[in-house]
Design a protein around this ligand. Structure first.
Ligand SMILES: [Zn+2]
Length: 368
């Protein structure tokens, strides 16, 4: 893991360049000190007692290669997000941390069904996050910044609440919820298991993104697109199974990869997270081995995301920096990734255009 804080591209510290975050889990991006304080408030026991060792514990658990360790990490973060106060604080700080990372717009995902242990209803949980985002946004504005953050509601694919969560998302569509996602263990829990929810969302013209091809194979991506009508794919690493490169270096796309490229389905790429999970199994163990650059070269709409900032000890700035180190991208490439994300966002068309304009203005202002 790189420990660099600053990444310079063409002499510019890329912390400041405009970014859009499309794949960022609320329960994967808490501040360690906040976890300690919230745990203290509710008498919850954590595996470490100070912020530095807790941060290290999360990173080690999440990179051990053991799925059990990885899932335990989320048990501890969701444990302190079971009350209005806990959810609101985490959401508020999340906005502030994204703004500090240069993010102009974010769609932050989380699974309301995992936040009901202390009596909240699903709607109260959504309201708590909405309120945290609003306070965070106001705080960023008070410091002279500007950020907009919306919610994507996840249903856990191993559970059977997806229809209820789909209804919850649609019920809040004019109040900050812009999308629906299926998260949790991919293998053995295909999107088509949740056909009732996905058909309902389609009937309501409500956007979906689905975790697919993160650990599961190409079929999982196909199922997300067909059964889920997914407009975006979370991760999509295994789309590489449908892409070949000729001896002359020509990139050849199969039918699924062609559909993804030609229909503008956005890939939410999360390089560091992918290196810690099974999706990279036969591809290698460094960022250079990630298929991101092949997807980009092939003309697929790639975006750069952190997935879980706490667990991977990362940020979009760091993910971009790692890709720059691996593939030699310049600021023009970084602008394309941000514009892809604006275009793939679940905002209205006019809002997407405004966001794209702000990104272009931000890059133009760098004067290069
Ligand atoms: Zn994810």
């Amino acid at each position: 893991m790189s420990t660099r804080d600053t990444y310079l591209v063409q002499g510019i510290d890329i912390t400041t360049v405009p970014k859009v975050s499309l794949h960022d889990h609320l329960d994967g991006g808490l501040r360690p000190q906040t976890i300690i304080e919230l745990a203290d408030d509710i008498g919850y026991a954590l595996p470490a007692q100070d912020a530095t060792s807790l941060a290290r514990w999360f990173e080690e658990s999440s990179t051990s290669g053991e799925l059990e360790d990885y899932l335990e990490a989320f048990v501890h973060t969701t444990a302190v997000m079971q009350t209005t106060a806990g959810l609101t604080r985490v959401a508020r700080e999340f906005v502030s941390d994204l703004a500090a990372d240069g993010v102009l717009y974010a769609e932050v995902r989380w699974a309301p069904e995992q936040h009901l242990e202390r009596g909240l209803t699903l709607q109260e949980a959504v309201d708590a996050v909405r309120s945290g985002f609003a306070i965070g946004r106001a705080e960023v504005r008070a410091r002279g910044g500007e950020i907009d953050v919306r919610q994507v509601l996840c249903a856990m694919r191993q559970n059977d609440h997806s229809y209820e969560i789909a209804q919850l998302a649609v019920a809040n569509r004019y109040d900050g919820v812009v999308g629906f996602d299926l998260a949790g263990p991919e293998v053995g829990f295909p999107p088509s298991l949740h056909a009732e929810a996905l058909d309902y969302l389609a009937s309501k013209f409500f956007p979906t993104t689905i975790h697919a091809g993160e650990e599961g194979d190409l079929e999982s991506i196909q199922d997300a697109i067909v059964a889920g009508r997914a407009l975006r794919i979370g991760h999509g690493v295994r789309l590489i199974e449908d892409i070949s490169i000729t001896p002359a270096g020509e990139i050849v796309l199969g039918e699924t990869a062609s559909w993804v490229r030609d229909r503008g389905i956005t890939l939410e790429c999360c390089p560091s997270s992918n290196l810690a999970t099974a999706g990279m199994r036969d591809l290698g163990d460094t960022v250079e081995d990630h298929p991101f650059d092949i997807f980009y070269e092939a003309g697929i709409s790639v975006t750069v995301n952190p997935d879980n900032r706490l667990m991977s000890s990362t940020s979009i700035t760091r993910e971009l920096g790692l890709l720059v180190d691996a593939f030699g991208y310049d600021l023009g490439d970084l602008e394309v990734f941000a514009l892809n994300a604006a275009d793939g966002s679940f905002l209205r068309a006019d809002e997407r255009e405004d966001l794209a304009d702000r990104i272009t203005e931000g890059f133009d202002a760098l004067g290069l």
